[in-house]
Design a protein around this ligand. Sequence first.
Ligand code: HEM
Length: 128
Amino acid sequence: EEPQTFYDAVGGEETFVRLVRRFYQGVAEDPVLRPLYPEEDLGPAEERLRLFLMQYWGGPRTYSERRGHPRLRMRHFPFRVGTRERDHWLTHMRAAVDELELPEALDRQLWEYLVYAAHSMVNAPDEA
Ligand code: HEM
């Protein structure tokens, strides 16, 4: 038998749907983050993040079939990501993770990755 993936352990696609939907509800209302998103409709961005996270955690590889290699740092260069943007991003993501009510070890594993990834995405200095 294949070892269970993190994707399966947290409840599969349904869990990632909930996570990313809740996250984007926060982004939609956020005056720092909302202006960064070029499209009026956040739906396609929500789908890209959901598919990426599903793939990262061992689920279907639909993200790369559609978008190719993630190269996430490069894909964020067009957007100004300072520590302020990062912290707003993490605030909405923390609220979204909380709503999943995962077992503590899974919550911690997911959260540590998200914090690490968000820190690595910063590409602009703090404004004076
Ligand atoms: C795309 C902002 C961190 C994953 C985007 C986009 C923006 C953005 C404005 C373009 C929306 C779109 O059209 O898809 C930010 C900000 C961050 C952040 C302000 C703060 C640190 C992260 C992190 C991850 C991530 C930590 C992964 C764990 C993605 C993915 C896409 C994306 C997968 C779509 C890439 C593509 O296929 O084109 N982000 N992001 N982002 N972001 Fe972030």
